[in-house]
Design a protein around this ligand. Sequence first.
Ligand code: GLV
Ligand code: MN
Ligand code: MN
Length: 477
Amino acid sequence: MNDQKATAIKEFTPTAPMTPPTARTAADSRTPKPIAAAEVPSPESVAAELVPDSARLSAMIDAIAEVSDPSPGVTRLAWTRTERRAHDLVAGWYRALGLKVWIDAVGNTIAELPGNRPAALGTGSHLDSVPAGGRFDGIAGVIAGVEVARLLVENGVRLEHSVRFVAFTAEEGARFGQACLGSKAVAGMLEESKLWSLRDADGISVAEAMQRVGLDPGRLAEARWAPRDWVAFLELHVEQGGVLEAAGLPIGIVDLVSGSTRVAVEVRGRATHTGSTPMALRADALTAAAEIVLMAEAIANDPRHRGTRASIGVLQVEPGSITTIPGRTTFTLDVRDVDSDRQRGTVTEIVRRAKEICDRRRVAMTVRPIGDSSPVVLPIWLRQTIADVCAEADLPYRVLTSGASHDCQMVNRVVPAALIFVPSQGGLSHVPEEWTSAADLAVGTRVLLHGLLRIDRRLMELERAAARTGEESDEQH
Ligand code: GLV
Ligand code: MN
Ligand code: MN
């Protein structure tokens, strides 16, 4: 354990200054004095009795998993009545704790524990799922927030900053193709036109889906967060990969979140009889698509694309008859990378080569963009704060990148954000088998709670230091 910890901490070599921004209430042109680490009170000494209850965390996971459309695992797609029921459930838990709760214009649920300062620390994740998905993706971060709120409320602990607990809507791109729509809305990264142009498999637009669950797409702008209202945001999430489990580590601290570029491809050939059409006279839309799929895989596997992931997750074949040559195929392409140039360059290369394949096979092709998010580097001072919390609690951790998209990636546009991972058994995610133990959830929740406490105190220390510097310079004049 100690060896692992030493390795993990050694890996976390700061490459940039680790100073959090001066608390916004003290923002001015003066440079705050650096605070010695010893002056920062230990969160453990403030609240050693704040221990997350793993049974309660499990019970919340189970209760939310019950809110699902009929399917293997969990199906709770964005802006469905089912997803809204999960939001109602979580809102009810926060209300029962006495927190003020509101639903923003796009359907994100926000609960607030007021502090002495209006600018808030935030935490949260999402409540929607992919079709036939797991019960932990997104939910882990939401229920960790509820448990943090319960511990603070029941123990009478108040932070200097307000704490806002957020359950985002529509993080999964599963229904509308584009991920993190709820968090993009708060970050001001979602244009109103997208609400009308993005459609699900039944042709329903985001705007129509919102209207069907009582939300007004015309109010999109109201969901936007103002940077002055926030100081930092922490998201807890399951890793969705196998790095932590393989290394036997309870915590991951994410430095870089992958971006994703998604397109929909349509290949049009000629549907006709499978028996009477010679091989040389076919324009088969499926064999062309198959060659494109393998070409995309080969490009991502090419050593110069180290780290690129290219996936075709949806493929439809028409007319879908055993005796008719496929006349039309439609499929999605999702390219993810931690390098933004390589991400976009890979898509361009796949599309160019796909066109060549289609020309050679005498089929037509059209490509429609669905979504595009850049990779994001998360701020090092927040990562270091989480690392400090882990070191103090003797919890080994590893710094790692995230291959999946996350709400904090968008939130980081408006407020500095951090991402804490807990292990996923077998590295499985987006499937019913997705699993994280209650004990691991409890450890992650503890790190989240103490991360919030620590940031609260560090920002107050900085604010006091800034005030002292101001007084000293006033005296000198
Ligand atoms: C979100 O789960 C993603 O697909 O990255
Ligand atoms: Mn997720
Ligand atoms: Mn997901």
